[in-house]
Design a protein around this ligand. Structure first.
Ligand code: HDE
Length: 695
């Protein structure tokens, strides 16, 4: 019997067999031969050896054996999503780039977030930079903006990239550590690379332990050029600002999340996409001309420097909405091939030596990973807004060679595409001259001033987190010379920072400051650099974990759930067992997690609702005690009802502060509202000892 239709070899529909036995689809080999038995190999006798002629087995195992492709050398662990970019400002006077020609113009996109150092199976909450790569399927070809969640980079010249990556990844003799910069080789390299100090401040900040992909910023890092139809160029820096606000976790939470849910970030994005909670980012541009570039304290070609938002405003020009999860992880997230040199008319490069090296590198990577120069024909990589139309042909896995006789240009048959001087990509006519040298410009020499500016722009809590992170990372360094060298660099950034880290490391005395090519300048602090100053002030898209135990007040739970939903948040129920707990009416409320599998580190705020029947049981559970103790230690806002025994068992008796709300006291709902309102602040930073919970 034959009924269903799928794509055939000629691109048209092909029929799919239906099995007479079940009425469902028939399983076939890759040659389309129906398989009669998918459980047993072909043997000589029931206990006999398997026969070489078993082409069904061979076909199946052969394909399985080749399922893996090389993982990315860096950014191996990632998670992708489909989205749409909407133009909110007409930039046609500044650039001819297709997505910016008209307000309201929509462009399809694919985004892949990633960590950098860890292998594909590493945990999501490793302290690491996050990749933020966006493919725009524009009407004039694909444009890839391959950025990070930090606006600067470790090195100024692509020549140093393989060394940087070797140093941070697992050490070659032992194959560890995985997904961690807290080891000798990394800090040895960094201590010998003063240009990395600005990036190190960002890397040691809470930017590298984000709450979610939804709460990170993105940056193009390099200075690019926008070019208009008249051929005039404007320098540009690209920023993605999350509408969800910036949010990070504490180090202690990151460590525990990695154990409890190593897929925390991908699960979070998956849930957001599949429940209609679509995250959004505004694309903002810093645009400037040559005069500004000439007057700026630093070289705009130096990728270890930012341009403070106070000097050049960050102007929104469009909004990215991620609205669809992928159907298949491998097909999209794994096979997506980003390349910095994928630009479209209106977007051009600058001479930034890191960008120039990247433009050369990414094609090699894609060829190695995807195994064919035809990777652009894969669904996720092929242009959608306009056809790919040229005389390229053949190669591994080619799918759509041109029909007919003509495969070259010019041709007298008047067949096939031709170049178009008007629609085509024209490089900006940047004047270039100079002698061939391997030299770094003098204008790249100040490595400490912006590192200091970053540190001084942080709130005291964030500064303490940076000091703690450095003490932790350098504390994992066995080489005393490396620890000393690093503190020497920190002395050029901030004396108090250096002292704090030296104290954390138990150094008897401060080493001398590192030799600096240029003295550190005092630059004005910038609020845009702090996470806490750019938080959401909203509980939208956040999750409250509610721990329930038998006999709890069901009406209170419903009221709380309603109030959280009202502010755009979600509730997850945690009970002693996954089965759930009975409320005071005897109704079963099914749990999302058992308390052993749903620690409070997975949630933005918590509530503990207990009833007389469950009071003793929950108080005696170590996991429940940890749930509450951690929530308290991590500064979470806590709602509670009849949870006195659990507070006592967790060692928190008498410690409840104004970040803890007794929801069982009054029945008017006002306390619930006050609690949920407070949760918008995300953390009760004034809770005693809170900042000490970081490493
Ligand atoms: Fe990458 N980078 N990179 N990089 N990079 C790769 O390409 C490279 C750099 C970034 O989700 C690789 O497809 C060189 C800076 C992201 O698929 C590889 C240099 C920034 C992603 C590569 C840099 C990035 C990559 C590995 C210095 C921030 C993940 C797999 C000259 C602006 C994209 C791949 C995705 C991936 C090379 C420096 C961001 C090896 C040579 C700076 C987000 O080609």
């Amino acid at each position: 019997m034959k009924t269903q239709l799928q794509n055939g070899t000629d691109g048209g529909p092909a029929e799919v067999h239906q099995t007479a036995a079940t009425g469902g689809e028939v399983l076939t080999t890759s040659q389309g031969v129906a398989i009669a038995d998918n459980q047993n190999s072909l043997k000589a006798g029931v206990r006999g050896p398997t026969l070489l002629e078993d082409f069904v087995l061979r076909d199946k195992i052969f394909h399985f054996d080749h399922e893996r492709i090389p993982e990315r050398v860096v950014h191996a662990r990632g998670f992708g999503a489909h989205g749409t970019f909407e133009c909110t400002r007409d930039l046609s006077d500044i650039t001819r780039a297709a997505p910016f020609q008209k307000v309201g113009k929509l462009t399809e996109t694919f985004v892949r977030f990633s960590t950098v150092a860890g292998n594909k199976g590493s945990p999501d909450l490793a302290r690491d930079v996050r990749g933020f790569a966006v493919k725009f399927y524009t009407d004039e070809g694909n444009w890839d903006l391959v950025g990070n969640n930090i606006p600067v980079f470790f090195i100024q010249d692509s020549m140093k990239f393989p060394d940087l990556v070797h140093a941070v990844k697992d050490e070659p003799d032992r194959g560890f550590p995985q997904a961690s910069s807290a080891h000798d080789n990394f800090w040895d390299f960094i201590s010998l690379t003063p240009e990395s100090m600005h990036m190190i401040m960002w890397q040691m900040s809470d930017r590298t332990i984000p709450r979610s992909f939804r709460t990170i910023e993105g940056f193009g890092v390099h200075t690019f050029r926008l070019v208009n139809t008249a051929g005039e160029a404007t320098f540009v820096k690209f920023h993605w600002k999350p509408r969800q606000g910036l949010q990070s976790v504490l180090w202690d939470e990151a460590v525990k999340i990695n154990g409890a849910d190593p897929d925390h970030h991908r699960r979070d994005l998956w849930e957001a996409l599949t429940t209609g909670d679509h995250p959004q980012w505004d694309l903002c541009l810093q645009m400037f001309d040559q005069d500004f570039a000439d007057s700026f304290d630093f070289d705009v070609l130096d990728p270890t420097k930012i341009i403070p938002e106070e000097l050049i405003p960050v102007e929104p020009v469009g909004t990215l909405t991620l609205d669809r999860a992928v159907d298949n992880f491998f097909e999209f997230t794994e096979q997506v091939a980003f390349c910095t040199q994928h630009v479209i008319p209106g977007i051009d490069f600058t001479e930034d030596p890191l960008l120039q090296g990247r433009n050369f590198s990414y094609l090699d990577t894609q060829l190695k990973r995807l195994g064919s120069p035809n990777f652009s024909q894969l669904e996720v990589n092929k242009p959608r807004g306009c056809p790919m139309n040229n005389f390229q042909q053949d190669g591994h896995m080619r799918r759509d060679n041109r029909k007919g006789r003509v495969n070259y240009e010019p041709n007298g048959f008047e067949e096939g595409p031709r170049e178009d001087p008007l629609a085509g990509y024209v490089s900006y006519r940047a004047p270039v001259e100079g002698t061939k040298v391997r030299l770094r410009p003098e204008s790249f020499a100040d490595h400490y001033s912006q590192a200091r500016q970053f540190y001084l722009s942080q709130t005291p809590i964030e500064q303490e987190h940076i000091r703690s992170a450095l003490s932790f990372e350098l504390g994992r360094c066995e080489l005393a010379r490396v620890r000393r060298a690093m503190v020497g660099h920190l002395r050029n950034i901030d004396e108090e920072l250096a002292q704090g880290v030296a104290h954390g490391l138990g150094m008897p005395e401060l080493p001398p400051p590192a030799t600096a090519a240029q003295p550190t300048q005092d630059l004005p602090p910038s609020d845009a650099l702090s996470i806490l100053k750019n938080g959401p002030m909203s509980f939208e898209g956040r999750v409250m974990g509610v721990l329930i135990a038998d006999g709890f007040d069901g009406t209170l739970l419903d009221r709380l759930a309603g109030a959280v939903m009202q502010v755009g948040g979600k509730i997850k129920l945690i009970a002693p067992r996954i089965y759930g707990a009975l409320d005071d009416r005897g109704d079963l409320r099914e749990a999302h997690f058992p308390v052993a599998g749903g620690p409070s580190v997975l949630f933005d705020a918590v509530a503990v609702l207990v009833g007389p029947e469950g009071e003793a049981q929950i108080a005696a559970m170590p996991e429940a005690q940890n749930f509450l103790r951690d929530a308290f230690a991590h500064g979470k806002f806590i709602g509670h009802a009849m949870a006195g025994e659990l507070f006592k068992a967790a060692g928190l008796e008498g410690k409840a502060d104004d970040g803890c709300f007794d929801l069982g006291l009054v029945d008017d709902g006002e306390t619930v509202d006050a609690f949920v309102e407070c949760c918008k602040l995300l953390r009760h930073w004034t809770r005693a000892g809170l900042a000490k919970t970081a490493p």
